[in-house]
Design a protein around this ligand. Structure first.
Ligand SMILES: Nc1nc2c(ncn2[C@@H]2O[C@H](COP(=O)(O)OP(=O)(O)OP(=O)(O)O)[C@@H](O)[C@H]2O)c(=O)[nH]1
Length: 453
């Protein structure tokens, strides 16, 4: 029951490393707050999904590292090998000598077709190692050229080659300012292409995670490593084993499939976001205790008010009275206040997990009218604690949370496109104005669909 992780470009490879490292640390954590037997079953389930066992006993990540320049890949391979806890497979990477220069068209139209055969062969060899493949999880940024362009190209290829496997794309949303000048073009092209071939896009916003590092983790000089560790923690809190619904002593065999079934009821809506509570530095964690009631009250309000962290939640925002649309939706200024959901999944881990009351997430006012809360809301509970958090709640949500950032990116890209700025750099590599227009159309439709919930 394996999931193959495909790490793409600088960002994808750096985050991928942190994800496997976090998962592995969690495996060896003695503070799981559960009995030895339960811990062993948890470890076995995690290994089954994410690692191959080597004769030496060192787990090998079920991951492929792909980049068009060698530096980050060699660093990543080395870091894993030096950790002593786990490593990457010997033949699990593919790299070239020159990146895509932040040009989506270069990644998509040049590197993609040129290396398609080698990369797809590498993937096939990995897949052949397993009795059963559940799906792929790619990790990539939207703003560069390789992760985004080549990543979009490969996702299409994966969809064609493995039509029955799930594909989830972990997307890193660029900082709003101060990055690559063409980041909005690259983002629009990435999202629109992924929308056609992926099953779900799990979005991690760099600005948001940066703020979490500053405000909740108290980090003064924030590096990509810090940001990546928060993302890895959040992902681990979702993808580490959870009990299966049929048998509360067995772990889920197909977490990716179950996640999709819970959260993506319609192909028009596949943008997923992730929130965690509590989130804090390891030092503070040792001195803090939490009650489920308080955690879940905050998490629910974070959802409703579209707050990405517990600090600065707007408690004034309330669900609309049933039958009435949220006021903000009918206002023309596109300020999105109440965050309507399509589907939510809450994952609880840790002490007294079965006593936690999730009733607040079953309120029909939280959801679009065309889904019953019983279909729109799912909960997974697991007694084994994650990553030293005695209690932890993660919320994966398919909601209007991304409307504003998406609208901003489309708007900025459109303004640049209207003056034809930098478009020649894309047409040079086969991405025509028509392709841009198609991408805008796809995303305008996505915005309209989410707006109308
Ligand atoms: N969170 C996070 N973001 C990163 C990291 N590295 C790069 N980014 C973001 O990724 C975007 C740039 O993409 P990269 O992954 O560096 O580019 P690439 O895919 O390797 O493509 P080329 O450099 O064009 O070959 C920017 O938005 C960066 O903020 C990282 O380690 N963590």
């Amino acid at each position: 029951m394996s999931i193959v992780t495909v790490q793409l470009g600088q960002c994808g490879n750096q985050i991928g490393y942190e994800v496997f490292d976090t998962i592995c640390r969690d495996l060896h954590n003695t503070q799981g707050f559960c009995c030895k037997r339960e811990n062993e079953v948890y470890q076995a389930s995690c290994k089954e999904h994410f690692f191959n066992e080597e004769k030496s006993g060192v787990p090998i990540a079920r991951a492929l590292l792909i980049d068009m320049e060698p530096k980050v890949i060699s660093q990543t391979l080395l870091k894993a090998a030096h950790s002593g806890r786990w490593k990457y497979g010997q033949h699990s990477h593919f790299c070239q000598k020159q990146g895509s220069g932040n040009n989506w068209a270069y990644g998509y139209s040049v590197h993609g077709p040129k290396h398609e055969e080698s990369i797809m062969n590498l993937i096939q060899k990995e897949v052949e190692k397993y009795d059963s493949l559940r799906g792929f999880s790619t990790i990539m940024s939207m703003a560069g050229g390789t992760g985004s362009g080549l990543g979009a190209f490969l996702t299409q290829n994966l969809r064609d080659a493995y039509p029955n496997s799930f594909i989830i794309n972990q997307i890193i949303w660029p900082y709003g300012t101060g990055e690559v000048i063409v980041q909005n073009y690259n983002s629009v092209l990435t999202l629109s292409h992924l929308y056609r071939s992926s099953d779900a896009l799990l979005v991690h916003e760099n600005d948001v995670v940066h703020k979490i590092c500053a405000k909740l983790m108290n980090i003064k000089q924030i590096s990509f490593r810090d940001v990546n560790q928060v993302i890895a923690h959040q992902l681990g809190s979702v993808f580490q084993p959870t009990y299966s619904p049929e048998d509360s002593c067995q772990y889920r065999r197909n977490p990716l499939g179950d996640l999709m079934a819970s959260l993506v009821p319609h192909p028009e809506f596949k943008m997923l976001g992730l929130r965690n509570i509590p989130q804090m530095s390891e030092n503070s964690l040792a001195y803090t205790t939490f009650a489920w009631t308080g955690l879940l009250k905050h998490l629910r309000q974070m959802l409703i008010s579209n707050a990405k962290m517990e600090e600065g939640i707007d408690w004034q925002i309330r669900p609309p009275l049933s039958g009435l649309p949220a006021l903000e939706k009918v206002l023309p200024n596109k300020e999105f206040h109440f965050n309507t959901s399509i589907a939510n999944l809450v994952i609880l881990r840790g002490k007294d997990v079965h006593s936690a009351d999730l009733g607040g997430f079953k309120d029909p006012a939280l959801y679009t009218s065309w889904l019953q809360p019983s279909d729109a809301f799912s909960e997974w509970r697991t007694h084994r604690a994650f990553n030293k958090y005695e209690k932890l709640a993660a919320l994966v949500s398919n909601s209007q949370f991304l409307l504003k950032p998406l609208d901003t990116i489309i708007g900025k890209a459109w303004n640049m496109f209207a003056s034809k700025a930098y478009v020649h750099q894309y047409t040079k590599f086969g991405i025509e104005e028509e392709d841009f227009l198609d991408s805008f159309t796809v995303l305008e439709q996505v915005v309209a669909s989410y707006c109308n919930l």
